[in-house]
Design a protein around this ligand. Structure first.
Ligand code: TYM
Length: 332
């Protein structure tokens, strides 16, 4: 076992989708046997954009259940809830002194969310990247499995680690976004424009909780053009997306058949979409059913959160001791 530490998190702001799976969870499952792993339900992060907490408990349970249904093993990884680790709030306070307003205001996710919710541009939203850096640095993690949308946050986490180390003492390693030797990915929406998302773009997003019919209907509605008439034509963006999705869930030979059909102008986009729909159904439906069973077992979810928090707090407390020593905050 490599002694590298892995950390990542998912906000409980809605149903998980294929982007979460292929951008993040798939890597959690691959990494949990190889490294010391901390995986977290980022409930505090969700408060920056979702102040209504009436659905929070069931959303937290859903994130736990869907991750476990995808293969995350809470015996192998610490799987916990952010608000159960109070050390995070403490380190967040310290790191806020190392973060500057100007750079926080320039963060892409801040600008996007501020544009989307002009009525709620709160300080927590502005300092979102500081909280995320805290989640990572509190476990002194170096590998952070995430999708492409989190790249800038990782850069900021490295900045804060460097600043802390330079100002006080070398406590933090510099964390890197991780995707098993490949570039970070962004799973596109079925409409060929945005990305799959928990709370936006819902008709173009395939959720792990979608019924077989939901999946078939959404895929059927994906926009396609008329089939190519010239061999080896350039592939339009929306068709590229369908191929990208097919590649995730279908056998290589199936993808090759449709690529060949496209290139020799015999492709029927209706067939491509039916194929994609059936492969998606085969992929998603066992996860959905497993997640439903786990969701119904609240006692088990409770145990997962408790034992996860215990492991996470142990690691966080050790870091906080090093942090306070470095900062000269130990007066006893
Ligand atoms: P969140 O909850 O938006 O997404 C969870 C994970 O799923 C990935 N992801 C995608 N990957 C590929 N294609 C997509 N369409 C797609 N949509 C989402 C995200 O990149 C992420 O890995 N700020 C984080 C949560 C967080 C966190 C952390 C992550 C809080 N603390 C510490 C890592 C480390 C977020 O909002 O992810």
């Amino acid at each position: 076992m490599d002694n590298k530490i892995v950390m990542s998190g998912i906000r409980p702001t809605g149903f998980l989708h294929l982007g979460n799976y292929f951008g993040a969870i798939r890597n959690y499952v691959k990494m949990q046997g190889e490294y010391e792993c901390y995986f977290m339900v980022a409930d505090l992060h969700s408060l920056t954009t979702h102040p209504d907490t009436s659905q929070l408990k069931s959303n937290v349970h859903r994130v736990l259940a869907e991750n476990i249904a995808c293969g995350l093993d809470p015996e192998k990884a610490a799987f916990f809830c952010q608000s159960h680790v109070p050390e995070i709030a403490e380190l967040y306070l310290f790191l806020n002194m190392l973060a500057y307003k100007g750079e926080l205001e320039k963060t892409t996710t801040f600008k996007d969310k501020a544009r989307l919710h002009p009525e709620n541009i709160n300080a927590g939203l502005l300092t979102y990247p500081v909280l995320m850096a805290t989640d990572i640095l509190i476990h002194r993690a170096t590998y952070v499995p995430v999708g492409k949308d989190q790249e800038q946050h990782l850069e900021m986490a490295r900045d804060y680690a460097r600043r802390f180390n330079a100002r006080y003492a070398a406590v933090f390693p510099e964390p890197q976004a991780f995707n098993f030797g490949e570039a970070l990915i962004k799973i596109p929406g079925l409409d060929g424009t945005g990305k799959m998302s928990k709370s936006e773009n819902q008709l173009a997003t395939l959720y792990l909780a979608d019924s077989d019919n939901d999946i078939r209907n959404k895929v059927k509605k994906a926009k396609t053009d008329t089939a190519p008439t010239t061999p080896n034509s350039p592939v339009p963006e929306n068709i590229k997306n369908l191929f990208a999705l097919l590649q995730l869930v279908a056998d290589e030979s199936v993808v090759k058949k449709y690529a060949d059909d496209f290139n020799n102008c015999t492709i029927r986009f209706g067939d491509l979409k039916s194929q994609l729909a059936e492969d998606m159904v085969n992929f998603i439906s066992p996860i959905r059913q497993k997640a439903m069973d786990i969701m119904n077992d609240e006692k088990y979810l409770q145990q997962v959160m408790e034992s996860g928090a215990q492991k996470a707090r142990k690691s966080a407390a050790a870091t906080m001791q090093a942090v306070k020593e470095a900062m000269g905050l130990n007066y006893y």
